[in-house]
Design a protein around this ligand. Sequence first.
Ligand code: ZN
Length: 207
Amino acid sequence: MKKLIDGAVAFRQNDFETHEQLFSELGRQQNPHTLFIGCSDSRLVPAMITTTQPGELFIVRNVANIVPPYQRSGEYLATISAIEFAIQALEVENIVICGHSNCGGCAALYQPAAYFDKLPHTRKWLELALPVKEKVLAMLPEGSHASREWLTEQMNIVEQIHHLLTYPYIAEKYEKGLLTISGWYYIIETGEIYSYNSAKGFFELIN
Ligand SMILES: [Zn+2]
């Protein structure tokens, strides 16, 4: 805990002073351009990998960067309400769904039932991604652990894009060209970011 408090002191003395004007402007309002939906993983740092300042990203994070389908919106209010607020109240122009390499949430889909004995809510949450596992097992019935891992992580991102489009207000804005939707796959150890090209059906390096 001391590390965090020392960090708070250092922040106020250093970064805050550097950006004092920006924080002053942000004091009363935010006008983010992007809804960033990322995994909760500590190694994924949205502002760092996008080189963005406070006020630019409205961030939703959860285990395995999942977007519940709209028809189940009553069950998963935390994620759904944040998405709704970003689109309907803040009127962001972009949505980025960002998954990553070595994702523990995606890997957990392949764990035996006993793994979830102490993780009952994690198990229920990850049920939303079980269709991804089924697709991967159908595509790679004999696949290695490594090949299943990256395919699951990438297909999970594509699945969540489809889920986003089940939201009527997102589909409407997307079809009118008022909203972009991107699916990013971030490789932790290289810093590479691959973006899903829906026309080609695969991820392309963008950085
Ligand atoms: Zn993850």
